[in-house]
Design a protein around this ligand. Sequence first.
Ligand code: GDP
Length: 522
Amino acid sequence: MTLIEEVNARKTFAIISHPDAGKTTMTEKLLQLGDLIRTTGTVKGKKTGKYATSDWMEIEKQRGISVTSSVMNFPYKSHKVTILDTPGHEDFSEDTYRTLTAVDSVVMIIDATKGIEAQTIKLFKVCKMRGIPIFTFINKLDREGREPLELLEQIEEVLDIETYPMNWPVGMGKRFLGIFDRYHEQFVAYNGNEKESFYDYESLENGEVPSITEDVTYQETKDELALLDEAGDPFTLDRVLKGEQTPVFFGSALAPFGVESFFDTFVEMAPSPKPRRTTEGLKRPENTDFSGFIFKIQANMNPQHRDRVAFLRVCSGKFERGMTVKLPRTNKTIKLNQTQQFVASSRDTVEEAYPGDIIGIYDPGVYRIGDTLLEGKGAFEYDELPQFPPELFKRVTAKNVMKAKQFKKGLEQLVQEGAIQLFTQHPMESYIIGAVGDLQYQVFEHRMRNEYNVEVTLESIGERIPRWLDEEKVDTSLFDERNMLVKDREGAFLVLFKNDFALKWFEDKHPNITLIDLFEVN
Ligand code: GDP
């Protein structure tokens, strides 16, 4: 295959959802479609008691979870599909957000019984900000849920995106008959755990399937569908690809029902790798020089070796094992010998990779999150990864004051790697770290102990609202523990406000001080 054909075959996406909406179930069903697993229940260790091979880290073993998002890669029809997992629950971390910088589209799963939930909103905002196309799967139609129209309205209102129902459900829960597949113009009948059956509209019109057409719910839904055809927004692939419209599919991941037709439509419509912004303008995937960027570093996978794996998204050209690449940040060249590909839950050595692929490269400690690697004469870098607002803040100290040197070294390296965000309280110079989820603190403690031999004490200072301010406006007498004055990595001043109320109060009291929210997602 030519490079362009390889690029066009790739579909790299993430599944986002609130915990329990059905992400794992959906992932398993997609892997089954790709014929990668014959029995379900192999995606996450916690559900089966088996540990996936990615659970190398000790914390992962103790908790039976994958600390950081994993990558699954399989062929499906003429496509090469890569799914990046975005961990939820207490596993939520900056990695979860960063994963979204490495995909070309996103599947959003919503539980029909619950509607949109908190974590979906957060992740959705990142996609919206980056203009990533979003495909919606409304799950658990086999249970009594909210009305389809109500769910669509909620998506439009809360997430501010136009919806287009690709199919329309007839009933729900016990009375769930099936879906009108508007895109393929057919009716798909729900048969419980049995395989679904398909009827063209004509055979239903002719009354060939009375068990369906004589049902009251069917007749009511037909009227609803006619209304939808007339009054709803038209489907526009162009708007979908810009992230302005989301195609919505109803179904059940568990049954499974509607999963295959959803996925067939998804792989057809979802974009292949597109040009990406760099410091030297747009870089096209079909550009023959290899390039890519690192969006995640997973450390200490093997406690004996303390090695790390950097996750690289290939953006242009062809990657070949053993090739020599440049790291523009340090201007060093590196030979990439030890590389991994992620196939479902196992890791094989990767010999070659193309734009859209995610590969793992051995990191002796030279990479940082956001680093560009490239081949050829160029020296460009891909756009910096956005900084995500930490939500939890803790004061950190070394238990043993004699270990101050290792403590500082560990702190600095973990900050550079992007594992945590560091702030220094002003003027007493104590350290405050910020994270998106609690898991980041557990990983931080673990790594400080294992890699730097330092026990740390973490003292929570709660959730905070960070706002930057001009240096000349800084008057230390205005701040205390409640509205805490700190400096960021670059030495810029910001205030960690205790809550919304404290922030508003401060703004009212000091109208001459402009407070800036520097985080791109909020
Ligand atoms: P995750 O936390 O988003 O990965 O959610 P899971 O895939 O683990 O699903 C959470 C629970 O919902 C599990 O008990 C699943 O069996 C169940 N579930 C998932 N999909 C469906 C569905 O389509 N119908 C029903 N009734 N239950 C489902």
